[in-house]
Ligand binder design. Structure first.
Ligand code: TTP
Ligand code: MG
Length: 438
């Protein structure tokens, strides 16, 4: 059955995600059987994922590591680096949001996109799928597989069909025919038990299921039976929903030594404003309200808030507002903690990219974001922060490539090997961070 106005839905899934990130970062592992999970082939844990080279030996997710070790004795076993994969996941989701605000992340490495409204800007589903593959490759140097269809159900099955680096397009009206030859276990909601029960009715493929009379399905499987029949024909009205949007994005910084130095306070606010703006852009939202939090040496804590004339995701207006709010409160006071929070978040209007905003400025910001993502926050440091010996509050990547190449950064060379996990920073916390994708 063809809908009058078919939706265009994409399902995007990274290939061998954890293993691919490790192979990306350690070229000597490329082309090798890499197994990510736990402590090695003698560990009691299970495999998180395996590179496609390791899968050729029969290794797969959730398999005991010891079994993997027996199947693939020359496998290279690596521990899970959750913070790293989380950071890559954020970058990937940010790329997806360039194409539509309707992005629904469903796990660390997959998401649905409804691009129906984006076709006028970016072309049909297949063209959008190709652009997304290219942009993910250039942003994070990883491959994805994409399914394009009129429903989430069919798009998800399609993306899985030609992994890795696949692109499968199911044209409107061909959903049932596309699904018919596929094995029944590929259908959403059909686990091993249900597949077994369906076997009693001679059902092996999705097409077999679609051919069963609806009343039989209802009699045998209750109200789920009817839905099952519909799904077998590719029908699925479920909309692509973003998750509950975050209410605010904020950064806080506690000084090692309480300070009343206006210069230090100003620079700290700038660093935090920059961090907040970057995360707003990553999330594809703009903020209309800025709040500063100030805690003095006696632990007296105040907040000051202002609504902006225009919502923003840029550093300058956030910093100017934060400074304005903080200035009268910090004069002559020893400060222990400062925070900057953006709230009143709304989706960034895509068309603003092409209309209301200065496109040159937007491009410059996006180019900077690209570097920030690729090399860690430390790579982008405003002229004002350079040269000071102050800890720049958002420069938390302990092994930034700039530093590795001997280029001086200004945070006093923090080298404690702390993982690049923004949410567990000692000195920088993210208030109400509801935007992480897990
Ligand atoms: P998947 O997308 O299921 O697997 P994958 O990306 O490794 O491989 P592909 O999509 O090409 O088939 O899961 C994404 C990540 O989630 C995976 O890299 C590791 C993690 N994961 C686990 O830790 N345990 C599991 O059982 C599964 C299935 C995944
Ligand atoms: Mg995957």
């Amino acid at each position: 059955m063809t809908q009058a106005h078919p939706r265009t839905i994409l399902h995007v899934d990274l290939d061998a995600f954890f293993a691919a990130v490790e192979q990306r970062d350690r070229p000597e592992l490329r082309g090798k059987p890499v197994i990510v999970g736990g402590g090695g082939p003698h560990d009691r844990g299970v495999v998180s994922t395996a590179s496609y080279e390791a899968r050729a030996f029969g290794v797969h997710s959730a398999m005991p590591l010891r079994t993997a070790g027996a199947l693939c004795p020359r496998g290279i076993f690596l521990p899970v680096d959750g913070a790293k994969y989380q950071a890559v996941s954020r970058q990937v989701m940010a790329v997806l949001r360039r194409f539509t605000p309707l992005v629904e992340p469903i796990s660390i490495d997959e998401a649905f996109l409804d691009v129906t409204g984006s076709r006028i800007l970016f072309g049909d589903g297949e063209q959008i799928g190709r652009q997304i593959k290219d942009e993910i490759r250039s942003a994070v140097d990883l491959t994805i597989s994409v399914g394009v269809a009129t429903t989430k159900l069919v798009a998800k099955i399609a993306s899985d069909l030609r992994k890795p680096d696949g692109l499968v397009v199911v044209e409107p009206g061909t959903e049932a025919a596309f699904l018919a030859p596929l094995e029944i276990g590929r259908l959403w909601g059909v686990g091993a038990k249900l597949a077994e029960a369906l076997r009693d009715y001679g059902v092996r493929t999705i097409g077999d299921l679609a051919g069963l009379p609806e009343d039989l399905l209802v009699r045998r499987f209750g109200k789920h039976g009817a839905a099952l029949g519909e799904r077998a024909r590719g029908l699925d009205a479920d909309p692509v929903g973003g998750r509950d949007p975050a209410k605010s994005i904020g950064h806080e910084h506690t000084f090692d030594v309480d300070t009343s130095d206006p210069d230090v306070i100003e620079r700290t606010l700038l660093g935090m404003s920059e961090g907040v703006a970057g995360r707003l852009r990553d999330s594809g939202v703009k903020a209309s309200t800025i709040t500063v939090k100030i805690r003095d040496t006696t632990f007296r804590t105040i907040t000051r808030q202002r609504t902006l004339p225009d919502p923003t995701d840029l550093t300058e207006p956030i910093f100017r507002t934060a400074l304005d709010l903080a200035r009268p409160e910090v004069r002559g006071v020893r400060i222990r903690l400062l925070g900057v929070t953006a709230s009143g978040l709304g989706e960034r209007e895509q068309l603003a990219l092409f209309g209301l905003e200065d496109p040159r400025r937007r491009r410059a910001v996006e180019a900077a974001d690209e570097v920030r993502h690729r090399f860690g926050e430390r790579a982008i440091t405003r002229a004002r922060l350079v040269g000071s010996r102050l800890p720049a509050p958002f420069e938390h990547d302990p092994m930034s490539p700039l530093e590795a190449r001997g280029i001086e950064t200004d945070d006093g060379g923090r080298a404690d090997g702390e993982p690049d996990d923004r949410d567990t920073q000692d000195d920088t916390t993210f208030a109400e961070d509801g935007l992480d994708v897990t």
